[in-house]
Design a protein around this ligand. Structure first.
Ligand code: ATP
Ligand code: MG
Ligand code: FE
Length: 344
C-alpha cells in the first residue's frame, strides 16, 4: 500500500510516504532551533511551528515521492503519546486530508512507529523480536510477537529516559540541546573507561526485581557530582572523557539488558529504535554483543531513529497490510497513549 504518515508529537513536523517497505519521501521541518535557548521543547512554540509547517511539509513529501494525494491508499498519523497541542495539529491535518481525499485514516502510536520504521531499512520484522525503544521520553524493552496487534512491555525506565539523560548531562557539560549528538561527537575523542560511572539497576540485588528495567537518574547525578568536584578543585573538566564515560555507562546497560531479554525469551532478533538508537556507541556495542550470541541486530539509519513522518507511514503500511480496521474520522489525540496501544 501507498501510505502517507504525519508526525507532530514533539518538535519535528514530519511527513513520510512509503509504498510497502519502500521509503519514497521523508520530509521533516524541525523547530528545534527555536527551543534550543530554553534547553528543552516549549509546547506552545512547538504547536505554532507545526501549524506553520504542516501543509508545506505534506506537499513537499508528495512532490518528493512524485505522487498525488489521490494515489495514496491511507493516511497514518501519530495520535500519541506526545505534547497534546502538538499532536492535535497533526491529527487535525490528517483528518482534513483524509476527509477531502476520501482516504482511510489510522491514528497510531508514536513509540510503535519508532519500532516499525526499521522495516524501511531491513524489510519485514521477524517475529517474535525484542525491541529496545530508547528515545527522549521513553526507554523500554518490548517483546514484539505481532506488531499489528500490540507489544508486550518487559521493562522500562523507573526514572529518566535515556535521551533525557543525554540531554541533562549535555547541559551540565555546557553542550547544546538536544544533547545526544554533541555527546556522541565529544565521546569520540574521550576515554570511555576514564571514569567508572554507575550502571543503574545492574547489581545482582536490583536484577531480581528489575531485570528489564532501567534507571538513569543516579547516573546523571553521579556525573553532576563528579563535574562539581572538579570545578570546586579548580581543575578543568575533561568534557570528552566525561562524555565518553557517561555514554559508555548508558550503552553498556541498555545493550546488556537487551541481549539478556533476547536470550531469556529465546528470541534471535533485536531491533533498536528511538532517537538514542542514532548513537554511534549503542550501535557498535549492540552489534558486538549480539554477534557473540547469534542475535541479529537491526538498527535503522540515524535519520530514521529520531522523529520523522516515515516511521508513521511505515507503521501505517504495516497495519494496512495486516488488514487492521482504520480509525474513525473523529479519532482523538491521546497525549499519554499507553505503549500497548498500537492504533486507535
Ligand atoms: P519520545 O519518542 O519518547 O516521545 P522524542 O520523540 O522527543 O521522545 P526522539 O526524537 O525519539 O524523542 O529522540 C530524541 C532524543 O534522542 C533526544 O533526547 C536526543 O538527545 C537523543 N539523541 C539523538 N541523537 C542521539 C545520539 N547520537 N546519541 C544519543 N542520543 C541521541
Ligand atoms: Mg526532536
Ligand atoms: Fe520519538
Amino acid at each position: 500500500p501507498l501510505v502517507l504518515g504525519i508526525e507532530t508529537s514533539c518538535d519535528e513536523t514530519g511527513v513520510g510516504i512509503v509504498r510497502g517497505h519502500t521509503l519514497l519521501a521523508d520530509a521533516v521541518a524541525s523547530s528545534v532551533d527555536e527551543h534550543a535557548r530554553f534547553g528543552g521543547v516549549v509546547p506552545e512554540v512547538a504547536s505554532r511551528a507545526h501549524l506553520e509547517a504542516i501543509v508545506p511539509t505534506i506537499h513537499r513529501a508528495l512532490a518528493d515521492a512524485g505522487v498525488t494525494l489521490s494515489d495514496v491508499d491511507a493516511i497514518a498519523v501519530t495520535a500519541g503519546p506526545g505534547l497534546a497541542g502538538a499532536l492535535l495539529v497533526g491529527v487535525a491535518a490528517a483528518k482534513g486530508y483524509a476527509l477531502a481525499a476520501e482516504k482511510p485514516i489510522y491514528g497510531v502510536n508514536h513509540l510503535a512507529a519508532h519500532v516499525a520504521v526499521d522495516t524501511l531499512e531491513h524489510g519485514a520484522l521477524p517475529e517474535p523480536a525484542i525491541a529496545l525503544l530508547v528515545s527522549g521520553g521513553h526507554s523500554s524493552l518490548l517483546l514484539v510477537e505481532d506488531l499489528a496487534r500490540g507489544v508486550t512491555p518487559l521493562g522500562s525506565t523507573i526514572d529518566d529516559a535515556a535521551g533525557e539523560a543525554f540531554d541533562k548531562v549535555a547541559r551540565l557539560l555546557g553542550l547544546p540541546f538536544p544533547g545526544g549528538p554533541p555527546i556522541d561527537r565529544a565521546a569520540r575523542s574521550g576515554d570511555p573507561s576514564a571514569i567508572p560511572f554507575p550502571r543503574g539497576l545492574s547489581a545482582a540485588r536490583d536484577l531480581a526485581a528489575h531485570r528489564y528495567d532501567f534507571s538513569f537518574s543516579g547516573l546523571k547525578t553521579a556525573v553532576a557530582r563528579w563535574v562539581e568536584a572538579r570545578q570546586r578543585a579548580g581543575e578543568p573538566v575533561p568534557v570528552e572523557d566525561v562524555a565518553a564515560s557517561f555514554q559508555e555507562a548508558v550503552c553498556d546497560v541498555l545493550t546488556a539488558k537487551a541481549v539478556d531479554a533476547c536470550r531469556a525469551q529465546g528470541v534471535n532478533t533485536l531491533v533498536i529504535g528511538g532517537g538514542v538508537a542514532a548513537n554511534s556507541r549503542i550501535r557498535s556495542l549492540a552489534e558486538e554483543r549480539c554477534a557473540r550470541h547469534g542475535i541479529t541486530v537491526r538498527v535503522p539509519r540515524p535519520k530514521l531513529c529520531t522523529d520523522n513522518g516515515a516511521m508513521v507511514a511505515a507503521l501505517g503500511s504495516h497495519l494496512v497490510g495486516a488488514g487492521v480496521t482504520p480509525s474513525r474520522l473523529d479519532l482523538p489525540a491521546d497525549s499519554s497513549m499507553p505503549l500497548t496501544t498500537v492504533n486507535v
